[in-house]
Design a protein around this ligand. Structure first.
Ligand code: GTP
Length: 954
């Protein structure tokens, strides 16, 4: 049926178009000009209550228009309804459905009374034909019609019943009657409100649905209103008069006016008259039956409305597509998609392509759902939903960690492999035909000098010792020795008749060493541990020792300051035995060399010890005949020379003119200088040189390689930069965590649990260490305390943990401020304890794979059920108002009724706002909640949603 335009209606009413237009605007209708169309319910309303100035009543016209169609077929039903009305009212429907619906009627009924006010003028007249049959009182007739007219509003079959009763009392709500309601200026038109009568959610009120379905003024089926009607709903729609009030409802509808889902008589695909008897809601208008099931709702079935008046689909608007109007617009493709979606397995209400469980998808660190979606040809938004359903929240572009990808992959049937930084680097170079791991033939390998780092406690003479060594360089002669500080230098000594070179990293201390190591650079071959003979082993001596041991470096101890009075080298030997450094003199394999850095005493002996240790413990060989690779030791931007980087060549030979890429810096080697400031043309393995020619400054610890050409160097640098960015964005996964320790042990990812112990007093640290070392960890697992100390957890501790994949145990001490952030950023697990046995117990459990994370329940939000919709496909759906927090799809819910828990651990399987699937609905908003198979819902029940969150351990 074509819509009526303003001027047409004005003409019909015998009033000027502009007056009607003004009136309509005043009523809140969205009309702009005289040519604007008016929805049928509004037309009807106007006709029922013509504005001042109208000369003709609605009467005839009303009939002629919309009502006519629907009314016509009704005669027969009308009679039925009539009878039902009389009988039904009194007999409450046994049907449960009826009862539920009953409430609604009440409120809705209210609107109907309006007609009463203007019986004559109102459409009632038009329907008169129907009503008569029903014999309903004059007032009823109008009421009955009212609902019909509003075809839109009628959607909910069930509702109808109740309303009638309400009518009498309520009155004003109905659009038809209650003027007060109708106007609601500003109130949106019933388009999207699932609960609005126009969309079938509500039974009664043709009234202009406001937006708030639950608003009493809009005829929301509030329990209260029902009053006596509640029980009235007849068991069978058809048979029992749904409306307790008996008055009008059933009767009138018969023919057709019954609540039509589409609400728009003209467009509705479903014609009221067509299948009156369908479903429970018999034509008879079993109002109760009609209860607009959410049919169209979750199922996506638009058709709720399609069912005849008596049909169930009344509430589609709420959970499915709108009434017939929308249906009419559906394309075949849309229908097909909808159908496929209904058939396909979904997670969280969405469908995504699935793997077969073995499909491998390799992702870079820091990849996002969008990246993954690209790989599997899925919609990123769907993946967000799936992930949410799995209990993880992430945006489409947020970088995800390995665990999250693993979770997602296992759910979708993909084996998602996160490429490790090393693999990533390898793949990057492979893509440029550069093989970083080419196995060298034995014959190509040639001895290379050892690379040494000097470590030790503050003021024990590290710097002075490095100076003394510089001067001991036989090649530098007496001309001043090594004068340039370039971050590393090489000295030559005569050893067993041969000229041997030793490379020293010129940045003393384990901090720099560990920081570089934490970045993956393995630079050092041997550590010299400097201990002042007059001071003995001090905290940083131990720390340095731990760092060196954590890196599996052979150690040579330089007992310094032997020239000082009171020097006691033997005490140092003795002290260090406690740390597994046993002097050769004591039967161990560690060389202790007594030196005086200040006096340059026995520096030769120290260098010799380094060479002996290197020869005994290490196989230091490399192939000089290949493109160079190495590590940047330090770099800076020089005003005159541009970026200057000291690099240590580890493989191959670096030559002037080579194109290189160091970290994210690239360029061509323009010049090279050694520690004497001399230009060199080439640098062989273990040779440190200052390189000029890079376009930017690399970072200490960046690896460098020679690329075939400048272009390749630039491309590699760019890709590394992008990878770095991504990695930085990625939430760093815990390197090693007690909770997944066992899995990692089983997976062979680690064989040792490295711990760093920090405590408030040395006594507790020692006690803890002793106790931990006594844990029976079983075969195949090793527990190592790589560092221990007193005091807060420092950056050094964290760096060591990063470099050694260790877990830090803080006993009554914490990492604070930046340190805590740094640990978090680097993915270092720090566990805090204040009771020793608890620490021991947890670590033991972790080693045995028994440490489970603890979870606690966190409430997310609550919602009160205000209405219940039935869906043959999804069961009951709770039309609810969120009272606090948020309701999230996929979360767990607890249902309480009057404070008593009815059910727990129910899942919010579906969540809708109007026609849309949503993932969350916030406080103050209405929504439709599908609780999966849990159907024992009642109006007034409270749905409290919660999630289990991992509880941080104390
Ligand atoms: N008598 C004597 N003094 C020494 C010797 N070695 C170093 N010193 C002195 O000890 C002090 C500290 O020496 P550094 O070389 O600065 O010690 P460091 O370990 O590098 O100190 P930090 O850089 O602060 O960690 C200086 O005053 C040196 O002169 C030595 O063999 N004998």
């Amino acid at each position: 049926m074509a819509k009526v335009r303003v001027h047409e209606l004005a003409k019909e009413l015998g009033m000027p178009s502009k007056d009607l237009l003004a009136y309509l605007k005043e009523q809140g209708e969205f009309v702009k000009t005289a040519s604007s169309t008016i929805e049928a319910p509004v037309v009807r309303k106007i006709k029922e209550n013509p504005p001042a100035g109208a000369t003709s009543g609605n009467g005839g016209s009303a009939e002629a228009k919309a009502p006519a169609k629907t009314a016509a077929p009704q005669p027969p039903t009308a009679q039925k309804s009539t009878s039902t009305t009389t009988t039904t009212a009194p007999t409450p429907g046994p049907r449960s459905s009826a009862t539920t619906t009953a409430p609604k009627p009440g409120p809705k009924a209210a609107p109907q009374p309006a007609p009463v006010e203007t019986p004559a003028a109102s459409p009632a007249a038009a329907r008169a034909p129907q009503a008569p049959a029903a014999q309903a009182p004059v007032t009823q007739a109008p009421a009955a019609q009212a609902p019909e007219a509003p075809g839109k509003a009628a959607p909910r079959p069930s509702a109808p019943g109740p309303r009638p009763s309400a009518q009498p009392s309520g009155g004003s709500q109905r659009p038809g009657g209650g003027r007060s309601n109708a106007p609601r200026p500003g109130a949106p038109r019933p388009g999207n409100n699932p609960f609005s009568s126009s969309q079938g959610m509500r039974q009664g009120g043709p009234a202009r649905p406001g937006n708030n379905p639950f608003a009493p003024s809009q005829g929301m089926p509030r329990p209260a209103p029902r009053g006596g009607n509640a029980g009235a709903a007849g068991p069978r729609p058809g048979a029992a008069a749904p409306r307790p009030g008996g008055p009008r409802p059933a009767a009138p509808r018969p023919g057709g006016p019954r609540p039509n889902p589409g609400m728009m008589p003209d467009r509705s695909a479903v014609r009221p008259g067509e299948r009156p008897a369908r479903g429970r809601g018999g034509p008879g208008g079993a109002p109760g039956a009609g209860g607009g099931g959410p049919r169209g709702g979750f199922s996506g079935r638009p058709g709720g409305g399609g069912r005849g008046p008596g049909g169930r689909g009344g509430t589609q608007g709420a959970f499915g597509r709108g009434g017939g109007k929308v249906r009419g617009r559906k394309s075949k493709r849309a229908k097909r998609q909808e159908f496929e979606q209904m058939q396909a397995p979904t997670i969280g209400g969405v469908q995504v392509p699935r793997g077969d469980g073995t499909t491998v998808v390799r992702m870079r660190r820091g990849a996002s759902l969008t990246d993954f979606a690209d790989r599997i040809d899925a919609n990123p938004a769907s993946l967000v939903t799936v992930l949410f359903h799995l209990g993880e929240m992430a945006t489409a572009t947020q970088s995800l960690d390995e665990d999250t990808f693993a979770l997602l992959g296992s759910e979708l049937g993909y084996d998602i492999q996160i490429v490790s930084p090393e693999d990533e680097e390898k793949e990057l170079f492979n893509s440029f035909n550069i093989d970083l791991e080419a196995v060298e033939d034995e014959e190509n390998l040639q001895p290379r000098p050892p690379v040494v780092t000097v470590m030790g406690h503050v003021d024990h003479g590290k710097t002075r010792l490095l100076d003394a060594i510089r001067h001991a360089d036989v090649q530098s002669g007496e001309a001043g020795g090594i004068t340039q500080h370039i971050g590393a230098y090489q000295v030559h000594v005569e050893h067993e008749g041969n000229d041997r070179a030793i490379t020293f990293i010129d940045t003393p201390g384990h901090e720099a060493f560990t920081a570089m190591r934490a970045r993956g650079a393995k630079v050092t071959d041997i550590a010299i541990l400097v201990v002042a003979a007059d001071d003995g082993v001090m905290p940083q001596t131990v720390e340095a020792l731990n760092h060196a041991q954590a890196a599996d470096l052979p150690i040579v101890v330089a007992v310094n300051k032997i020239d000082v009075d009171g020097a006691n080298p033997d005490k140092v030997r003795q002290q260090l035995t406690e740390y597994n450094l046993i002097a050769e003199e004591y039967g161990g394999d560690t060389m202790f060399v007594e030196v005086s850095a200040k006096q340059g005493k026995n520096i030769d002996g120290l260098l010799e010890a380094v060479l002996l240790t290197a020869d005994a413990a290490l196989d230091l060989r490399a192939n000089p005949d290949r493109d160079a690779q190495g590590v940047a030791i330090e770099a800076n931007l020089d005003r005159g020379r541009g970026a200057v980087a000291t690099v240590l060549v580890q493989q191959g030979t670096l030559r002037i003119g080579d194109g290189i890429v160091a970290g994210t810096a690239h360029g061509r080697v323009r010049a090279m200088l050694d520690e004497h400031g001399n230009n060199v043309a080439e640098a062989t393995p273990s040779r440190p040189v200052q390189v000029m020619g890079l376009a930017s400054v690399p970072r200490a610890g960046d690896t460098f390689v020679v690329a075939p050409d400048d272009r390749t160097a630039r491309q590699i640098a760019e890709k590394r930069e992008a990878a770095d960015r991504q990695a930085a964005l990625a939430k760093v996964r815990k390197r090693i965590s007690l909770e997944d320790l066992n899995q990692q042990l089983e997976a062979g990812k680690i064989e040792t649990l490295n711990l760093i112990l920090k405590g408030d007093v040395s006594g507790s640290v020692e006690a803890l260490e002793d106790a931990l070392l006594q844990i029976d960890v079983g075969d195949g697992v090793d527990l190592r305390i790589i560092d221990r100390g007193v005091g807060a957890i420092t950056m050094n501790n964290i760096n060591l943990a990063v470099a050694s994949d260790a877990v830090i145990i803080g006993f009554n001490v914490r990492a604070e401020g930046q340190n805590a952030e740094y640990a978090d950023k680097e993915g270092v697990e720090i566990r805090y304890y204040s009771v020793i046995y608890q620490a021991i117990e947890e670590i033991e459990q972790a080693l045995k794979g028994m440490l489970k994370p603890e979870f606690e329940e966190v409430e997310l939000g609550t919602a009160e059920i205000r209405e219940i919709f039935r869906s043959s496909k999804f069961g009951n759906i709770a039309g609810s108002l969120v009272q606090s927090g948020e309701i999230k799809r996929g979360s767990k819910a607890r249902i309480t009724r009057g404070g008593t828990v009815v059910s727990e651990n129910v899942e919010v399987a579906g969540l809708r706002r109007f026609k849309d699937d949503v993932t969350e609905v916030r406080e103050g908003y209405e929504c439709g909640i599908n609780l999966g198979s849990f159907n024992d819902l009642q109006i007034g029940d409270l749905i409290a949603t919660y999630e289990m969150r991992e509880k941080p351990r104390a």
